[in-house]
Design a protein around this ligand. Structure first.
Ligand code: IMP
Ligand code: MG
Length: 187
C-alpha cells in the first residue's frame, strides 16, 4: 500500500498575489512612522512573508521564530515550545507577527504571550488563513488574508509531513490509500 494524496485547488496563485498586495498596502498605511519589526513564524510562513514584505513600502527590520507543537500531524496539541527565539531587540518596537494559518490558536496565543515579555510597543498579527471555526483559545488576527472554514490545507508554505510547501497555490488535501501501482484515471 502507498499513500496517494488528493489535492484540490482552493486558492490560485493569482488570487493569493492579489490579496497579499492588499494586505501590504493596508500594513503600509497603518505602520507609517512606526518602528516596526516583522517576525515570521518558521517554517510555514516563509513564502507568505517573502511575498508580503515586498509589498510593504516602509523601512523595517525582520526576524524569525520557530515553534514546535507536539501532537498528531494535522492538529496541534496545545503543548508548544520555542526552538528558535527572536534575535533582535523588540523593546519599544511595533511587532507584526506573520503566520501562515491560525487553527486552534494555541501556537499564536503562546507566541504573543512570550513576545509581550519583550516590552514591545505593540504586537499585532497577520495571518494568511484563518480557520476561525476550529478555534480552541481566544485569539484574533489583525490582518487576515482568507477565512477558510475547514479542511487541511497545503501549498504556499503550508505542509503535510514537510511536503507540498513549494506549491504556488493553496490546496485542500485528503490523504487516500490506494493499492500500490494503481492510479485512478483522473490523475
Ligand atoms: P494552531 O496552534 O492549532 O493554531 O496551529 C497552527 C499551526 O498548525 C500553523 O502554524 C500550521 O503550521 C499548522 N497548521 C494548522 N492547520 C494547518 C493546515 O491546514 N495545513 C498545514 N498546517 C496547518
Ligand atoms: Mg506546520
Amino acid at each position: 500500500m502507498e499513500t496517494i494524496d488528493e489535492l484540490k485547488l482552493i486558492l490560485s496563485p493569482e488570487k493569493i498575489k492579489e490579496r497579499v498586495g492588499e494586505l501590504g498596502r493596508q500594513i503600509t498605511a497603518d505602520y507609517q512612522g512606526k518602528d516596526m519589526v516583522v517576525v515570521g513564524i518558521l517554517k510555514g510562513a516563509f513564502i507568505f512573508m517573502a511575498d508580503l514584505v515586498r509589498q510593504i513600502d516602509l523601512p523595517f527590520q525582520m526576524d524569525f521564530v520557530r515553534l514546535q507543537s507536539y501532537g498528531a500531524a494535522t492538529e496541534s496539541s496545545g503543548q508548544i515550545s520555542i526552538t528558535k527565539d527572536v534575535e533582535l531587540s523588540l523593546k519599544d518596537k511595533h511587532v507584526l507577527v506573520i503566520e501562515d494559518i491560525i487553527d486552534t490558536g494555541f501556537t499564536l496565543k503562546y507566541l504573543i504571550e512570550m513576545l509581550k515579555l519583550h516590552e514591545t510597543a505593540s504586537v499585532k498579527l497577520c495571518c494568511l488563513i484563518d480557520k476561525k471555526e476550529r478555534r480552541k483559545v481566544e485569539i484574533d488576527a489583525d490582518y487576515v488574508g482568507f477565512e477558510i472554514e475547514r479542511g487541511f490545507l497545503v501549498g504556499y508554505g503550508l505542509d503535510y509531513d514537510e511536503q507540498y510547501r513549494q506549491l504556488p497555490g493553496i490546496y485542500h488535501l485528503s490523504p487516500r490509500y490506494e493499492a500500490k501501482g494503481f492510479f485512478p484515471s483522473d490523475r
